[in-house]
Design a protein around this ligand. Structure first.
Ligand code: PA5
Length: 435
């Protein structure tokens, strides 16, 4: 279980407030588990964890093996919940530079269809030049503009390179089992498909083929990951404050009620950045509605201590932090000794880098708490595929419980549609002529 340390929130939150909130947390968790809360048509994510390989998981593994064998690169086409989860897991487990030095047998993973930037497109074309590649097109609705534009272009690139039959062997579509343009296109063109259950929303889909296919191509043991999420499903069902889900959901709502408007989600791992962005989408899109919600911001320390640190320490006191900690890896790095000691670093010689990191973490927490910024720490233990599966489920459950306490439906995103309507109108999409 992830251990939550809330010793650094007292002062902003009183113990009595936490106790007084217990009934609300219990009611939110019960509404969720009994399917009686808002948006209960979208609870399919709670059934995604498993320990046993289903027929679909075996098919995902087979497709991943094929891509690993015939491609230097997999391009994952998708936006929002359709790519953030897999990218989060891959970079957290394998590092932000994982693509360097990889190729056939252990492909590079690039992402497309998450922007409308021509520069990004040009760069992708350069990176794909002379490379054998496959594409995974991921869109629940099958109609989102950004991935649709990228799909059309990349599919044609594949067809020019390998012919229609050859391209068909390199195109995978992950979408609704019945509806949408992508489903129809995949059926007509004979592409291999995987389904996103209709009851699973985009940002809750990482444990479905949406996240699993790219992760398997990256070489992540998806059964281990799913097994971690299954363990989480069992152990985080606990109905008391011994459950870290309860503590996290309760404290963030108490913070919100004490006029803390911003939650910073942080870690001291550079590979954490995309995981932070997955969390940001999960909580932002689930809670930010009806004029409510904490604004989710992600930061990576120590790098961002040199950018956001000043604001956190002395800016407006309207934020709190949630910090993820992982055990150091087995392979350690020790600071060396230098005879001249011109840099004055010999006081650290013989010390391991993770000791320096731990001191930075402890020093940061102390400084921020002294400066009036409460800190929740999540001690996650060993970082591996199993842990990432646990974290995904833990955070999804925390988000749903927290949103129910806040009084919003976590499973819709009506606000996202508005920019699309305006854009379609400006682009002259049939049916959207008037703003
Ligand atoms: O959480 C969500 O539902 C969204 O972020 C979607 O994942 C995102 O808008 C992409 O939608 P689609 O998968 O339909 O292309």
């Amino acid at each position: 279980m992830i251990k939550i340390d809330i010793s650094n929130v007292w002062g902003s939150v009183e113990f009595g407030d936490l106790m007084a909130m217990e009934k609300e947390v219990a009611a939110a968790h019960t509404a969720l588990s009994e399917g009686k809360g808002a948006g209960s048509d979208f609870l399919g994510w709670m059934n995604l964890p498993t320990r046993e390989p289903t027929a679909e998981i075996t098919r995902i593994q087979a497709a991943a093996e094929k891509i690993r064998a015939n491609s230097d690169v997999l391009v994952v086409i998708g936006i929002g919940g359709s790519y953030l989860g897999s990218r989060a897991a891959i970079e957290l487990l394998q590092g932000p530079n994982r693509n360097i030095g990889r190729g056939r047998g252990d492909p590079q993973i690039f992402y497309a269809g998450n922007s409308l930037s021509t520069r990004h497109w040009n760069e992708l074309c350069r990176l794909l030049d002379e490379k054998d590649f496959s594409i995974a097109i991921i869109s629940k609705s099958g109609t989102t503009t950004e991935p649709a534009v990228a799909t059309r272009a990349l599919r044609w690139m594949l067809e020019r390179k390998y012919g229609t039959d050859g391209a068909r062997e390199r195109i995978y579509a992950i979408t609704d089992p019945i509806k949408g343009a992508l489903r129809q296109m995949a059926g007509e063109e004979g592409w291999e498909t995987f389904s996103i259950p209709p009851s699973v929303g985009g940002r809750f889909s990482v444990l479905s083929p949406v996240g699993l296919l790219p992760m398997a191509v990256a070489g992540i043991d998806i059964l281990e990951l799913l097994s971690g999420s299954m363990e989480a499903k069992e152990c985080y069902d606990l109905r008391s404050y011994e459950n870290p889900v309860w503590l996290y959901a309760a404290i963030r709502n108490l913070m919100y009620r004490r006029d803390k408007q911003i939650e910073l989600f942080e870690s001291f791992e550079p590979g954490f950045q995309m995981f932070g962005r997955w969390w940001q989408q999960l909580f932002g899109e689930s809670e930010g509605k009806n004029g409510k919600g904490l604004f989710p911001v992600t930061a990576e320390f120590t790098a961002d201590l040199h950018s956001l640190g000043q604001m956190i320490q002395q800016g407006r006191r309207n934020l709190f932090e949630t910090m993820l900690r992982f055990d150091p890896p087995e392979q350690r790095f020790t600071v060396g000794s230098d005879v001249k000691n011109l840099d004055g670093l010999n006081y650290l010689s013989g010390k391991q880098l993770d000791f320096v990191d731990e001191s930075a973490y402890l020093g940061t927490v102390d400084a921020h708490v002294d400066g009036g910024v409460p800190v929740i720490t999540m001690d996650c233990g060993t970082l591996n595929a199993r842990k990432v599966g646990e974290l995904f489920y833990f955070l999804e459950l925390s988000c749903a419980v927290s949103a129910y306490i806040l009084g919003v439906n976590p499973f819709n995103q009506p606000g996202v549609e508005l920019y699309k309507r305006n854009m379609f109108s400006l682009l002259g999409k049939p049916g959207y002529e008037k703003l």
